[in-house]
Design a protein. Structure first.
Length: 287
């Protein structure tokens, strides 16, 4: 039987992250074959990952990658979740997230695939904590469009906003870039449900209207009011609600006296171009 040296055990530990005794035992079991010992430890680690699969993953990070191309830009957002913040701040976890986002962008994925899931599982086996690739989204921008992104705090929230302009060269200017970034920050802070009122789901909106109606029926102050007055009050409540949940109607994060739509128009006027927000993506860990 081959002699198991301390150097071999140390090298195997550094490569796999397993404990010293586990590395030594794996080398003994495989007759000192480093590659087989590494494979054995990985298999044991994967088995442990399966055993931990039911444990809650309330921590994690959102990662965003943007790549410019001749015909526009492409961006990928991924959310990787873990059991603890300690692991989410691990340099290996962060490097994994960057790699997964890069792969997702390269492949144009809209959901996790076997390769990306495998990358996450490999690290989970090494770190010995339940983790998974929860969401993946790839977004493309045309030649007259521009991406602004924002990662909040330690990666708990990630936002991507897609802008367009009749003069796309304005996106090279620092003022327009700064404004676009502020809109991404606004989305992170206010988490709008829809871009504008035209995007609101009609069936869901009808449900909200019925909730407001029931609340009014139970309100003593509403009793005895004419039906026409009650309908106007209901309409006012729905409109107020829509302004709170639609990005373009929300009070702008830097000046709540103006809406996002007004701030956008003003930024466009200053730059000498028409600016528009085409869409946005909001990822929150666990959300």
């Amino acid at each position: 039987m081959s002699t198991i040296s301390a150097a071999d055990v140390k090298a195997l530990r550094e490569k796999t992250g397993a404990g010293m005794m586990e590395c030594k035992n794996a080398l003994v079991e495989t007759g000192g074959d480093f590659a087989k010992a590494e494979k054995l430890l990985k298999e044991k680690g994967l088995a442990a990952v399966e055993n931990r699969a039911g444990r809650a993953t309330n921590a994690g990070k959102v990662f965003i990658k943007i790549k410019d191309s001749g015909a526009g830009s492409v961006s990928a957002l991924v959310e990787i979740v873990s059991e603890t913040d300690f692991v989410a701040m691990n340099p290996e976890f962060i490097a994994l997230g960057e790699s997964v986002a890069g792969k997702a962008l390269e492949k144009g994925l809209g959901e996790p695939d076997d390769e990306l899931n495998g990358m996450v599982t490999d690290l989970a086996a090494k770190i010995r904590e339940n983790m998974s690739l929860r969401r993946v989204k790839t977004v493309k921008a045309g030649p007259n469009e521009y991406f602004a992104s924002y990662i909040h705090g330690d990666g708990a929230i990630g936002v991507l906003v897609r802008f367009s302009s009749d003069k796309p060269e304005v996106f090279a200017g620092e003022e327009v870039k700064a404004f676009a970034f502020t809109i991404a920050l606004h989305v992170a802070a206010f988490n709008p449900m829809y871009l504008d009122q035209s995007k609101a789901d009609a069936a869901w909106l009808k449900e909200q209207e019925e909730i407001f109606r029931k609340q009014m029926e139970q309100d003593e102050g509403m009793k005895g009011k004419p039906a026409g007055v009650l309908e106007n009050i209901l309409k006012g409540k729905v409109n107020k609600f829509l302004k709170e949940i639609c990005l373009m109607d929300q009070g702008y994060v830097k000046d709540e006296k103006m809406t996002v739509a007004q701030a956008l128009a003003e930024a466009g006027k200053k730059s000498g171009a028409k600016l528009a927000i085409e869409d946005y993506v909001y990822f929150r860990v666990g959300g």
